[in-house]
Design a protein around this ligand. Structure first.
Ligand SMILES: Cc1cc2nc3c(=O)[nH]c(=O)nc-3n(C[C@H](O)[C@H](O)[C@H](O)COP(=O)(O)OP(=O)(O)OC[C@H]3O[C@@H](n4cnc5c(N)ncnc54)[C@H](O)[C@@H]3O)c2cc1C
Length: 687
C-alpha cells in the first residue's frame, strides 16, 4: 500500500531516495540556500541547482522559506545526498559562482547570487533516524502471531478499549497493534465515507447530524482541517508521526516542510487507509456507537482487580451494550462535553485551564501573499502569518491559519455556532483565514457575564428592526453539571451573577464558550426572520463584521445604540449584509454584528489595538478583512488530573486504575501532532 499511496501524492519533480540513509559514511548533508527568482517556482529553482551540482540521488530533510526581507526572499533546503563524486566545497562554490554569473548575464536574475551560502557539511550534522513506526508497521511477524479476536470481550478481558478515533485514538491503536495487541475502538461518529455525506447534507440542507459532523466521526476533529502538523514542541516523535501519515498516503513533503500540512482532501483518504490497516491487524471498530457511561466493578476473573464496564449505545438501533475490559483509553477530544460529566461522576479530578477565544478573520489570499512575499508571491506556496500582540489584559494572537482555505461550522450541537478553518493540500481557495484570539482564564468569567443584555443589544447591528421584547425574551441554557437558564431581559435582568458561585471552577470555560456559541445561534434565528426576504438568510448563519468596523470606537457606538441614537437603516444593513456574504467562505453566510461587543471592555481594547498592530505588519489586514464569530474551541478549557503515565487521578489524588485520559480532551495535548504523540507515546511507554 505504501508505494501505491506515496506515488499518488508524490511531488512529481522531487525525488526521495530512502536508500540514502543506509550508509551514512557515504552521505552528506548539503544546505542549499538561494534567492527566490521571479521566473521559477521555488521547487523548480531548487531542482535546477541540484541538477547542476550533478546530485542525482537525494532526500530533502528540511525546506523553509525566509521572507523577512521581501526583496531577498531566501529558500533553504537541507538535503541528504551521496558524496559528490569530484566536487569539493571549493569547486562547488566556484561552479555555482560561474553559474550565477551566467544566469545574471543572461536574465539579470538574482537567483544564484547568494553563492557563498551553499554549505557542505559532514554526516552527523543531522541525526538521521530510521523511523521506528514505519519499521513496526512493516514488521508483520509479531502481529501475525497474535490471535484474531472476535468481539467477545468477556473472553478477552485484557483487550483494551479505545473510545474516540481522532488523532489520539488512531495513534494509540497503531501503537497497540505494533505491540501485537488488538484494541476495540468505539467511535461515536460515522466512517469517513458516510461522514462526508452527513457533512454535505449539513452544508447543503442545514440538516445537522449530532454525531457525524465536522468535529465528530472517524479521524476526529482534524479530518476536515488544514491538517497542519506544525507544533512548537521539538518532540523527537514528530517525525515518527509524520512518517506514519506518509505511509498511509500523506504527501511526502510533510517530512521536510518547515510548516507541514496534509490538507483535508488527503486526510479523507489517509484515515480509511489506517482503518483498513488496523482491521487487518485484528482491531475491531464500533462506529456510530457512543460511550454513555463507565463504571468499575469487581470481577474475580480479571485478576481480581475489577473491570471497567463500558456502556455504549448504538446510535442507529438505539441498543445499549456493555463491554468489559481492564484498560480504557478515553481519546474523545474536547468537543463532547458530556464526557466531562462521566469523569465528574467517576470522581476524576478536573481543573480549569486557560484557553483562547476569539473569531476567524478572512482576507483575500492574494492580499496576504503579496504582503508577505511581495513580487515573488506567485512563485511561492500560499503565505502563512503568525501574529502576536501583548495587550493590557490579555495576549492577542493568530491561531490555526488556513491559507487558501475555508471557514467551517465546527459546532457539536444544533443550537451552537462555532467557527474553525480548513484547507485542501493545494491551499488554492480565494481567501486565507485564521483565528484571532485572546487568552482567557477563570478570572475573566464575571467580566463576560456582567451587563450581558446590554452587550447583546449593542452586538446586533440590526436590533432597531425589531421590538426589544424579542431580545429580552431570548433564553440560553448554560453550565454542565447543574445547567441554568438565563434570559436576556434588559429591564429586569432576571439572573444575577450568583449562578457563577454555584459553578464548579473547572466549568468556567464551558460557560464562557456557551455564551458565545448559543447567543450567536439564537441571533441567527432572528436574522433568519429579518432577512428571509433577501433569500440569503438561514439559521446557522454566523455573526460577521468588516474588521474596519471593529476598529471604530465601539464603546461609543455601543452606548449610542443603547440610547437608541444609532439606527441602522435598512438600506445600510442590506448593503453590509450583501457585501459580507460576497466575501465570506463560511457556508451559511453571515449576519452583520458588532462582534467585539460580546467581549468585556478590557478585551475589546486589546483586540482593537492588536488589529492596529497587525495592520502595520500586513497592510490591509484591517481594510480588507472580515471577522466571523466565534472561535470558541481552540483548545480544552479543562485539564484532567492524570499521572505521568496518562492514568486518571481522582479528587482524592488516587490513581484510577486502567483509565487513561489522553489527547485534546485531557487538556494535556492540543492539535493533531501532539494529540497523536500523546496516544502513541502513552501506549508505547506503558502498555
Ligand atoms: C475544523 C478544524 C480544523 C482544525 N485544524 C487543525 C490543524 O490544521 N492542525 C491541528 O493540529 N489541529 C487542528 N484542529 C484541532 C485538531 O483537530 C484537534 O486538536 C485534534 O483532532 C484532537 O485530537 P483528539 O484525538 O484528542 O480528539 P478528536 O480529534 O476530537 O477526536 C475525538 C473523537 O472521539 C469521538 N467521541 C467523542 N465522544 C465520544 C463518545 N462518547 N463515544 C465515542 N466516541 C466519542 C469523536 O467523534 C471524535 O472522533 C482542527 C480542528 C477543527 C475542528
Amino acid at each position: 500500500m505504501k508505494d501505491k499511496q506515496q506515488d499518488k501524492y508524490k511531488d512529481k519533480d522531487i525525488k526521495k531516495d530512502e536508500s540514502l540513509d543506509r550508509d551514512k559514511s557515504r552521505d552528506y548533508i548539503v544546505t542549499v540556500r538561494f534567492y527566490i527568482s521571479l521566473e521559477k517556482v521555488v521547487d523548480s529553482s531548487f531542482l535546477e541547482i541540484v541538477d547542476f551540482l550533478k546530485i542525482s540521488k537525494f532526500k530533502i530533510l528540511k525546506k523553509s522559506i525566509d521572507a523577512r526581507n521581501k526583496e531577498h526572499i531566501v529558500a533553504e533546503y537541507n538535503i541528504l545526498c551521496e558524496k559528490l563524486a569530484d566536487l569539493t566545497l571549493k569547486n562547488i562554490q566556484q561552479t555555482i559562482y560561474a553559474l550565477s554569473k551566467k544566469r545574471e548575464k543572461g536574465s539579470k536574475s538574482k537567483l544564484y547570487r547568494d553563492v557563498n551560502n551553499y554549505n557542505l557539511k559532514k554526516p552527523g550534522y543531522l541525526n538521521i533516524q530510521k523511523l521506528s513506526i514505519e519499521q513496526n508497521l512493516k514488521k508483520e511477524s509479531s502481529l501475525d502471531k497474535s490471535e484474531k479476536f472476535t468481539i467477545n470481550l468477556r473472553k478477552h478481558p485484557h483487550r483494551p478499549i479505545i473510545v474516540g478515533f481522532g488523532p489520539c485514538g488512531i495513534f494509540a491503536a497503531l501503537a497497540l497493534v505494533s505491540k501485537g495487541v488488538c484494541p476495540v475502538i468505539i467511535e461515536m461518529g460515522e466512517m469517513v465515507e458516510k461522514r462526508d455525506k452527513d457533512i454535505e447534507q449539513y452544508i447543503q440542507k442545514r440538516q445537522f447530524n449530532e454525531h457525524s459532523n465536522i468535529v465528530f466521526g472517524e479521524g476526529g476533529a482534524g479530518t476536515y482541517s488544514d491538517g497542519k502538523l506544525y507544533t512548537r514542541s521539538r518532540n523527537e516523535l514528530n517525525k515518527e508521526i509524520f512518517s506514519t501519515f506518509i505511509y498511509f498516503g500523506a504527501p511526502v513533503q510533510i517530512e521536510y516542510d518547515a510548516h507541514p500540512h496534509i490538507g483535508s482532501d488527503n486526510l479523507k483518504v489517509i484515515i480509511p487507509n489506517i482503518r483498513d490497516y488496523l482491521q487487518k491487524k485484528g482491531a475491531s471498530f464500533f462506529f456510530a456507537n457512543t460511550l454513555v457511561d463507565l463504571e468499575k466493578t469487581n470481577n474475580k476473573e480479571a485478576k481480581g482487580e475489577g473491570v471497567w464496564r463500558v456502556k455504549i449505545k448504538d446510535l442507529h438501533s438505539g441498543n445499549l451494550n456493555i463491554l468489559e475490559t481492564d484498560t480504557v483509553i478515553l481519546a474523545t477530544g474536547h468537543n463532547n462535553r458530556f464526557l466531562y460529566k462521566i469523569l465528574y461522576n467517576l470522581g476524576v479530578k478536573l481543573s480549569p485551564k486557560p484557553f483562547a477565544l476569539g473569531f476567524r478573520v478572512e482576507h483575500p489570499k492574494v492580499l496576504i501573499d503579496n504582503d508577505l512575499y511581495g513580487k515573488y508571491a506567485q512563485n511561492l506556496p500560499s503565505a502563512i502569518y503568525n501574529l502576536k500582540f501583548k495587550g493590557k489584559s490579555s495576549n492577542v494572537f493568530s491561531f490555526c491559519m488556513c491559507p487558501g482555505g475555508e471557514v467551517l461550522p465546527a459546532n457539536s450541537k444544533i443550537d451552537e455556532i462555532v467557527t474553525n478553518g480548513a484547507s485542501r493540500f493545494a491551499r488554492d481557495s480565494q481567501n486565507s483565514n485564521s483565528a484571532i484570539v485572546c487568552s482567557v482564564n477563570p478570572g475573566h468569567i464575571r467580566d463576560f457575564y456582567q451587563d450581558l443584555p446590554e452587550r447583546v443589544k449593542s452586538f446586533i447591528r440590526f436590533s432597531n428592526f425589531f421590538d426589544d421584547n424579542i431580545i429580552n425574551n431570548l433564553e440560553i441554557e448554560i453550565g454542565l453539571i447543574n445547567p441554568v437558564k438565563i434570559r436576556l431581559s434588559a429591564k429586569d435582568f432576571d439572573y444575577d451573577l450568583n449562578f457563577i458561585n454555584e459553578l464548579s471552577l473547572w466549568e468556567y470555560g464551558i460557560v464562557i464558550q456557551q455564551l458565545f456559541e448559543k447567543i450567536t445561534y439564537r441571533l441567527s434565528d432572528l436574522y433568519h426572520v429579518t432577512s428571509s426576504s433577501y433569500n440569503i438568510g438561514s439559521s446557522q448563519a454566523t455573526a460577521g463584521s468588516f474588521v474596519k468596523k471593529l476598529i471604530t470606537p465601539n464603546f461609543i457606538e455601543r452606548k449610542e445604540v443603547m440610547a437608541k441614537k444609532i439606527q441602522v437603516s435598512y438600506k445600510d444593513y442590506t448593503e453590509e449584509l450583501e457585501k459580507l456574504n460576497e466575501i465570506t467562505s463560511y457556508p451559511f453566510g453571515l449576519y452583520p454584528a458588532n462582534i467585539l461587543n460580546l467581549f468585556p471592555e478590557n478585551l475589546i481594547y486589546d483586540f482593537m489595538n492588536a488589529f492596529k498592530y497587525f495592520d502595520r505588519i500586513i497592510p490591509g489586514f484591517i481594510g480588507d478583512g472580515i471577522a466571523e464569530g466565534f472561535e470558541t474551541r481552540t483548545s480544552s478549557s479543562i485539564q484532567v488530573g492524570r499521572t505521568s503515565a496518562g492514568e486518571a487521578i481522582s479528587n482524592l489524588e488516587a490513581v484510577v486504575d486502567g483509565l487513561f485520559v489522553l489527547g485534546e480532551g485531557s487538556g494535556w495535548a492540543g492539535g493533531i501532532t501532539t494529540c497523536a504523540i500523546d496516544g502513541w507515546k502513552t501506549v508505547i511507554e506503558n502498555y
